[in-house]
Each structure stands twice: as C-alpha cells, then as structure tokens.
Design a protein around this ligand. Structure first.
Ligand SMILES: [Fe+2]
Length: 385
C-alpha cells in the first residue's frame, strides 16, 4: 500500500451557500473580482445573483460571459487580457466545468506570462495564480477539486490540460440550489461524467484505499439518485446527493486519475464537438465490459454499489453485471447508447484516427486496468457503434 493524498482548498456545501461569495472573496483579499461564466448563467439570472452578492460585500465585479462548451485556449487568452486590463486580483468561476476550467486557467495566467497554450502539460506553471473561488452549477466535472484546466487549441483541434498544483481552487461553494435549473439532458450527461470519474478512479491502477472510499460513496449515490435528479429536477435532496457525488468523484479522480473511458471520449469532443459528459456516458458501459475481466473484484463491487444483486457468489457474473447496469442507467436517463445514435457523422473510417488520438492521452491510458493498444481502442469504438 503506497499512495499520496491530495485535497483541494476549502469547501462550503449546502443549499444557499453561494450567497457567501462576497464574504469569501473579501477574506481572500479580493477587491476587483473577475467572474468567468457563460451566456446560460446570464440568461438564467444566476450570474446576476452572484454579482449582487459580490457587490454587497463592497467589491467590484468584472463579468465575462464568453465561456463556450469545450472551452479554448483562445477564450482563456481573451479572458486574461480583460482581467489584466481591469486590474482583477481574484477570479470566480460560475457554471459547468467549462466555466470553472476557464476561471482556473485565467487565475494562473494573470501571474504567468504568455498564452494558455504554453502551459498545457504537467508542471509547466511557475507562479501561483491569484486566488480563485469555484461555484459549480452542474453536478459532474469535479473541477472544483482538481488541478486541471482542459482546453482545446483551435489551431490544431487538440485538447490538452494545464495541470499543476497552482490550479487547485482556494475555495469552493457547492450550492445544490444552483443545479435545480439544469435541464434533464444536462443533468443526465453531467451526472454520468461524475459516475465515470468515480468508476474509472475506482478501477485505476493508481486507486488507493483513500480514493476508493470516495469512489464507492460516489457510485452508490449516483446509482440511487441520478434518475431522480433527471426526472424530478426540483428534488433538492436528490440534487444535493448528486452534487456530493460529483465532489466525491472529483476527489477520487484527483487522487487516482481516470482511465481509458475518458481517453476514448477525448476525440469525440475534439473531432465532433460532442459534449464531455455525453461522450463519457456513451463509452462508460462499453469500457466497463472491456475491463471487467481484468479487475473482477472491483467491477463486481461497483455492480453492487449500483444496485445489482447477485443470487450466486460468481465473481465473473457479478463483474459483467456492472456493464449491464450502466447500459440500463444510460437508457433510463434517455442518453444515446451507440455512436451512430450519438452523431451520424461518426463512421468506422474515423476509428483509426480516433484510436490514435485516444492513445495519445497517455496518463489515463496507463492507468487503465487492462493494457491498452490502438487496436483495442478501435475494438471498443466498433463495439460502441
Ligand atoms: Fe470528466
């Protein structure tokens, strides 16, 4: 047993805690707050609410509404230019994973010269950023507790993470009330992303007793509450359980990493613009099937956590049940279950390129319990077709 343990900053959790943003920003020394968010948050009025809380603490807010789904290096560069010209000394990320990732990257670019592209990789950031506070409005990415900001370079279409300790948020406000406005499809996709984080870190070669504890707690909550959150979005108990599950999934992922599912999902985002959650949701049951025989105890245990019950103590049956339960969950929450359903542009001719790009996502592939090759990636894509 040999492992490290990483935990990000401080967290306040509970319905209504987002109203503490002014107080927390002030305590971290912020005077001019850069708010990285998107048009959805503006239209829903959530951004306005957060701005009013910051205003009330006597701080100035500079809002930036231009974060796009699957955000780009170019967006971070223009956010940074605005934050610099306005003299911002603290960054708040409000929204889904895209907004949080842009906020985290902007925070470090305010103190590190050049474009965000320069820092894509591991450990390339030199200086600590300005303080950053995350307010997620989805229950999925876990970005509030990870040291990564995933950005697409428009120049070559490659997705890459800026990874470094400087990206850990100083504070996160996890307010389940903010997730109530998520439509069912977004609730479903982001919830499956959280499940992918939990299940992949649970079955990662880097899994530890510490990460397992969070992964197990996340898997069982998602198995129990994701359907309710999708079909009864105002159920604040289900929303709270899902937000907690996403947090736990994020902690598990920060400590054990993801595996082949996330790596295989990357090209779906970079080549076809498929959303991160939806891509992972689709692939997760297929990857679980592919991996089950390599790590039967963990997959059997995950099947139990997802609500599976076994009459016989047959480890192989129990392990393969995990994939079946995931297929059922994806169908229940009305997400596409094959690549051809997902996007008609995806054809078998793309699989070689997709497999090559997926193998390039080196760390998750190395974490996978079953050894991966380009041919095996193509096999999984074919299976998912
Ligand atoms: Fe993810």
């Amino acid at each position: 047993m040999l492992f490290n343990m990483f935990m990000a900053g401080r967290i306040s959790f509970g319905p209504g805690v987002s109203s503490l943003i002014g107080e927390k920003a002030s305590a971290l020394g912020g005077k001019r707050v850069f708010l990285a968010t998107d048009r959805t948050m503006e239209e829903l009025g959530t951004a306005e609410k957060i701005v009013s809380f910051i205003d009330a603490a006597g701080l100035t807010v500079v809002p930036f509404y231009e974060v796009e789904p699957e955000p780009s290096v170019e967006t971070v560069d223009s956010a940074t230019a605005l934050a610099k010209s306005e003299g911002c000394d603290l960054v708040v990320g409000l929204g889904g994973g895209s907004c949080l990732d842009v906020a985290k990257a902007t925070s470090i670019l305010l103190t590190n010269e050049g474009s965000a592209a320069r820092y894509q990789g591991l450990g390339l950031v030199k200086n600590p950023g300005v303080p950053k506070i995350m307010i997620p409005t989805t229950a999925g990415t876990g970005s509030e507790v990870t040291f990564t900001s995933v950005l697409i370079r428009k120049s070559d279409g490659v997705k890459g993470g800026i990874n470094g300790d400087q990206l850990y948020p100083e504070y996160s406000l996890l307010d389940p009330e903010l997730t109530v406005s998520m439509p069912p499809s977004v609730t479903a996709a982001t919830g499956m992303d959280a499940l992918a984080h939990a299940l992949e870190s649970y079955t990662s070669k880097q899994a530890s007793p510490f990460s397992d504890m969070f992964a197990e707690a996340a898997v069982s909550r998602i198995g129990r509450y994701l359907r309710v959150a999708v079909y009864n979005g105002t159920d604040i108990h289900a929303r709270s359980e899902m937000m907690l599950a996403a947090l736990y999934g994020g902690i598990a992922l920060a400590n054990a990493g993801v595996t082949a599912c996330h790596a295989l999902a990357y090209p779906l985002g970079s080549m076809f613009g498929i959303g991160h959650g939806q891509a992972n949701a689709l692939l997760l049951p297929y990857v679980a099937h592919f991996n089950a025989m390599a790590l039967p105890e963990k997959f059997a245990s995950a099947a139990g956590l997802l609500g599976g019950s076994f009459e016989e103590e047959n480890i192989w049956d129990a392990a393969s049940m995990c994939s079946a339960l995931l297929h059922q969950l994806v169908a229940d929450i009305a997400l596409p279950s094959t690549l051809s359903d997902l996007d008609s542009r995806i054809t078998e001719e793309h699989f070689a390129t997709m497999a090559e790009k997926a193998m390039g996502v080196a760390r998750p592939m190395a974490n996978n319990p079953r050894t991966m090759t380009t041919d095996l990636c193509m096999e999984i894509y074919k299976e998912a077709m």
